[in-house]
Design a protein around this ligand. Structure first.
Ligand SMILES: [Zn+2]
Length: 156
């Protein structure tokens, strides 16, 4: 296991589109393990491979609940329902928090580290983190989608 360097802010790689994973080998497993370690060290709830400089469609998520850390390869989101506005931050965006609309609920289709199909339903924070990380795979940062902070006032 090794800590990886998290790419930040204006680094050009963050704007690139990640490529489909086709080979499910030991290197992929090592990358996933290193990403989980890096995510935990940075106290993040999600990390996309591009954030550690690898343009592969691979994300890790950990909501620090009973489910433990999760790895999703080639994730795809569909059947989005509802909208929730909440604050988001990113390990690749220094000192910024802003409100972003995300679906309340969605379905995820992905593969595990052995290439087996995974399908699940996610809602709330889990759905939010999945949207955020899949956006990374397409070169999108949450700041691209952020709403004006004054929109959050009505919740107070
Ligand atoms: Zn992020």
């Amino acid at each position: 296991m090794a800590l990886l360097e998290i790419r930040k802010d204006e680094e050009a790689i963050l704007r690139k589109t990640s490529k489909e994973v086709k080979v499910f080998d030991e290197r992929l497993k090592t990358l996933a393990e290193d990403m989980i370690e890096t995510m935990h060290e940075a106290q993040g709830v999600g990390l996309a491979a591009v954030q550690v400089g690898r343009l592969r469609r691979l994300i890790t998520v950990d909501l620090y609940d009973e489910m433990g850390p999760k790895v999703f390869v080639n994730p795809e989101l569909y059947d989005m329902e509802g909208q929730i506005l909440d604050y988001e931050a990113c390990l690749s965006v220094t000192d910024t928090q802003a409100p972003v609309f995300r679906p309340e609920k969605l379905r995820l289709k992905a593969q595990d580290l052995n290439g087996a199909q995974i399908e699940l339903e996610a809602e709330g924070l889990f759905a939010r983190v999945l949207c955020h990380e899949v956006d990374h795979l397409n070169g999108i940062l949450f700041t691209d989608k952020a709403e004006d902070e004054s929109l959050m006032e009505e919740d107070k």
